[in-house]
Design a protein around this ligand. Structure first.
Ligand code: ZN
Length: 448
């Protein structure tokens, strides 16, 4: 009899097969290309436009926190917006022009309109002498100042003389804007996926993380989920601090978490462990990377980096790691104009998304099981579960997985324990458990 399963929402384990990697990679790249020109910062219209764009793919709830709101040890800053900025030479030519690259202005620059000599202007100019063609990315969120970033080659070409300097910005009471979506599962405990949305025209850091988060949420939307999934699209540091401050009563529901950042570059995947170091999320990512067949690295927690700094602060100590590709600061393009659309790859974006889906699959399926026939091995051959001809040296991976699952299913070990101890990929262990459960040899218990 053929069962119609079309009305049953696929579980996470089926999703990877539904995702066409080549097509989704191109879609994600297109999504990044649309967002790339926007001038984002930790507040302002660029963030709102970005979240509106995300909202076309997933039903995002956009929150506005007023400037001046105390959040933990911080205060929500004034809102920054910018229309235009330039440096004009004595002939009235724009030698540095915000319209050509939004990286030209130090983020959060206060408005200025004045004339000055090159010597007076010089302390306000930032370049990268080692990379003379790249424009650096600089910010000054919490100290009121102004500045321009330009290529070192541009700086060397500036003549002595008087310059007109204009930054048409505003820094006034307004709001901090962030986006949030909760995909409800059977359990109220949550998997947190957090990504920062505050960088202007930089592709890998962090339009790639924002995009993997969006497409992951899109893939999980409407699925049958064990956990609830909360996605946060927040400005770096102040955004996660604001969310934690405003949600202190529900932080305890976060059972697993990942910070999504730097996911489009061609480098190998890197996982930075949570502060605890051996949380289930650390082990879930570890097993996925181990069996990915691709080079990868796993590094220990340190209190520097992205928003894991807040989630893993000692007063919260959440099991949140960072799953990225090349770590921040370890590629020369980091925080420069060279982190552009040429630096990221559709294939890397797709691989990152599939890895996140694999991790979700482990979290969703990991549970303790009970062998219903623990005294001696159950006779698998009678049930068609054992190869008909005995004696081969290698019983096969699925067969071995069944033996391991039966042996360790004492109600104490989880399927992740089985995968780690046996060296068999989690997906195969999980498949073995499903087969055994179908033959009433195993009782799958709830997630612990
Ligand atoms: Zn950054």
């Amino acid at each position: 009899m053929v069962q119609s399963e079309s009305v049953v929402p696929p579980r996470v384990r089926d999703l990877k097969e539904l995702v066409n990697a080549a097509r989704v990679g191109e879609e994600m790249f297109g999504f990044i290309s649309d967002l790339y020109p926007l001038c984002r910062s930790i507040t302002g219209e660029g963030v709102r436009q970005t979240l509106r764009h995300v909202s076309r793919h997933i039903p995002l709830e956009v929150r506005e926190v007023p400037s001046g709101t105390p959040v933990l040890d911080w205060t929500v800053p004034n809102e920054w917006n910018i229309q235009d900025a330039y440096i004009k030479n004595s002939r009235g030519e724009r030698v540095v022009d915000f319209q050509r690259s939004n990286l030209h202005v130090v983020s959060y620059s206060v408005p200025v309109h004045t004339r000055m000599s090159l010597a007076q202007l010089r302390p306000h100019l930032f370049t990268l002498p080692d990379r003379p063609d790249w424009i650096p990315y600089r910010t000054s969120y919490y100290q009121e100042t102004w500045g321009f970033c330009l290529s070192h080659a541009q700086l060397l070409s500036l003549e002595e003389g008087e310059y007109e300097v204009r930054i048409d910005s505003s820094l006034e009471p307004g709001h901090l804007t962030y986006g949030e979506i909760l995909l409800p599962g059977q359990r109220t405990e949550e998997v947190l996926i957090s990504t920062h949305i505050c960088h202007p025209s930089l592709a890998n850091d962090n339009l790639s993380g924002l995009t993997v988060s969006t497409f992951l949420a899109k893939a999980l939307l409407g699925r049958e989920l064990t956990y609830s999934y909360r996605f946060l699209f927040v400005p770096g540091t102040i955004g996660s601090i604001a969310w934690l401050a405003l949600n202190e009563d529900r932080v305890h529901l976060i059972r697993h978490g990942l910070v999504a950042a730097g996911l489009g570059d061609p480098g190998p995947l890197t996982y930075k462990r949570s502060r605890e170091g051996n949380a289930e999320i650390d082990r879930a990512v570890g097993t996925v990377l181990k069996h990915s067949g691709h080079p990868h690295q796993i590094i220990d927690f340190s209190p520097y980096g992205y928003d894991e700094r807040q989630y893993c602060s000692p007063g919260f100590n959440l099991p949140v790691g960072v799953l990225s590709r090349t770590p921040y600061g370890h590629y020369p393009e980091y925080h420069t104009s060279a982190d552009n659309l040429d630096f990221i790859r559709p294939s890397a974006l797709a691989d990152s998304l599939l890895t996140y889906l694999s991790v979700a699959e482990v979290l969703e399926d990991n549970r303790t099981c009970l062998n219903t026939n623990p005294r001696g091995e159950p006779q698998l051959g009678r049930r068609g579960l054992y190869r008909p001809i005995g004696g081969a040296a290698d019983p096969g991976t699925l067969q071995m997985a069944m033996l391991w699952v039966l042996n360790l299913s004492d109600g104490k070990h989880t399927l992740l324990d089985v995968s780690e101890r046996s060296g068999v990929p989690f997906q195969t262990v999980s498949e073995a458990a499903r087969i055994l459960a179908r033959h009433n040899l195993l009782l799958k218990q709830d997630v612990s």
